[in-house]
Design a protein around this ligand. Structure first.
Ligand code: GAR
Length: 214
């Protein structure tokens, strides 16, 4: 059984998707928010999941906040820490502490559009393809070895809301899938920086870089 802690800052729909997926072998030890008013906390509490708030406003600086956050997380001894709309920049020390067991979802096909307002920027740029990325977290913001990416078309007439909704539907599919791979010990980070997944459909259980999902 793998224990995971999910970090949120707001709505928590990706956290919800992971909870609803009821992944065999995964126990959600806690949901932690940096905002006391995060809407996702009510869903988690309603599902009997331990909830905690580490309010970043109560700390003098990033290092103090991250230390308190790590203490709360480590109290649950997680195998994996899942950033699900957790909108804080994390210190290098924090990221290093969780090296190889910290994943994030970002609403773009990284390395395109790191940071905020990804859908608006995709529309402004005029790209025809947009999407979402699950990746292991490294100290650079919205960067790190890609676990899985899903693409969506950008359609004529899209606005930020319609594009965001199309991407979010994919997020809700690929994030539980990535957690499932981790829980099944099917994820491996190679020396070349590529994440490979053990593909059980192939004879000999080959390790392959997951193809782009559509
Ligand atoms: C999601 O779209 C997620 O990809 C994004 O915030 C949203 C949170 O929604 N995360 C980032 O932008 C991280 N850089 P949710 O709270 O409903 O899961």
């Amino acid at each position: 059984m793998k224990s995971i802690v999910i970090l949120i800052s707001g709505r928590g729909s990706n956290m919800e998707a992971i909870v609803q997926a009821a992944i065999p072998g995964v126990r959600i030890a806690a949901v932690v928010s940096n905002r006391p008013d995060a809407a996702g906390l009510a869903f988690a509490a309603g599902h009997g999941i331990a909830c905690a708030v580490v309010d970043h406003k109560a700390y003098a600086d990033r290092a103090a906040f991250d230390a308190a956050l790590a203490e709360t997380i480590d109290g649950h001894r997680p195998d994996l820490v899942v950033l699900a709309g957790f909108m804080r920049v994390l210190t290098d020390d924090f990221v290093r502490h969780y090296a190889g067991r910290l994943i994030n979802i970002h609403p773009s096909l990284l390395p395109a559009f790191p940071g905020l307002h990804t859908h608006r920027r995709a529309l402004e740029t005029g790209v025809r393809v947009h999407g979402a990325t699950v990746h292991f977290v490294t100290p650079t913001l919205d960067c790190g070895p890609i676990v899985v990416q899903a693409a969506v078309p950008v359609l004529a007439g899209d606005d930020e809301a319609t594009l965001a909704a199309r991407v979010l539907a994919q997020e809700h599919r690929i994030y539980p899938q990535a957690v499932r791979w981790f829980a099944e010990d099917r994820l491996r980070l190679g020396d070349d920086g590529r994440v490979r997944v053990r593909d059980e459909r192939q004879a000999g259980a080959a390790w392959t870089v997951p193809a782009l999902e559509w």
